[in-house]
Design a protein around this ligand. Sequence first.
Ligand code: ATP
Length: 409
Amino acid sequence: MPEGSPALRGAIPRVFTLGIAIESKDSNLCSVAPSRLKRERVISATESLDVTVSNFRIALLPGDGIGPEVTSAARELLDAITAIDPSLHFQTEAFSWDAEQYLATGSMMPSDGLATLAQFDAIFLGAIGDERVPDHISLRQIIFAIRQGFNQYINLRPVKLLGGVSTPLAGRGPDDLDMVIVRENSEGEYSGLGGTLFPDSDDEVALQTSVFSRRGVERVLRYAFELARSKGRPLSSVSKGNALNFTGVFWDEVFSEISAEYPDVPSNNLLVDAAALHLVQHPEKFGVIVASNLFGDILSDLGAALVGGLGFAASANLNPERTFPSMFEPVHGSAPDIAGKNVANPVASLWAVGMMLAHLGRVDWEDAIVAAIESVLVDGIVRTPDLGGTSTTSEMTTAIVNALKAPSA
Ligand code: ATP
């Protein structure tokens, strides 16, 4: 079993504190490496509680557009969790690494930005994007820089239809739409390699180089197989081997090799165009989808559209070895059309907080957060405009926070 496989870290994670045992129900995915086990603070004898506190340091990157609004929602949720469970404490620090910073300094992030973020247990990012800064500059200088710099080679994107939300697929419901997309996150089509020749002339040429390394493809496929095995769900590998005669064929060959190591996991190999078709026609057949950076990106927006829109799409950029902090973010961009109006749907952001807690060893809290979101959606009283309602971001956040219940022991 290679380095980086979730199964390698296999022991069921348990954090024994004074009288408190925390156990992940999904041991393959949420184990907490001892080296990154959180700084724990024992409340002194002068304090009334004699429990151990897990203190997580979270870097907040609110970013642009609706980013600050949905980051505030995330912060409110973290405070609510601490109020319910004083053994969990979140020390947050916000950094204004956004378009304003770029316009003032020529850089989205200071030169020691990664070194600063490396001190944290996790990163939460709101949204990046501003019409005054070309997207390929803003995204590459901060989001891609963090993903690649911290070797966050797994991008997890749940595609799950919650109760109370309608899908555009006629006759389909929550039982039909419940999958996870595992997107390769550090190389592939988004490697950033390439160049231009003869700019501003009729002979202008642009080259964008895809990078598919054996290490990179093997590790994302193994991660996806482990995830599918832990969930008891089938795995679909998505590529385009009939047209991409080097990278696509290579991906398919490595998939064929790795799938032989997982005879117990039902798996198939789909062309990306066929995958798009099947996702609409037979979504119930998908459990885990694994794809390269570009294909995973596109399919996860399709997935978001099937489960209520971008307001529901959360994601985790994971460094599974925990050598570096992982980053959690809603999939949506800065949504300039609604920025500053307090109407953005906060669900993707709050769900991303849940994914962060799962990564920090508290998958029980992710379940509790998703349950609170779903209960508000099922009630149907508090809804942001994208859901046909008139509620504000703040009102929906407060409703979800009020619906939050401590995970059952
Ligand atoms: P960017 O340039 O930053 O990518 P964009 O407008 O191109 O911005 P998104 O920010 O992803 O892309 O927004 C696409 C559409 O989805 C917009 O109409 C936006 O208002 C809507 N949208 C995105 N996120 C949300 C949200 N959380 N709640 C409600 N609507 C949203």
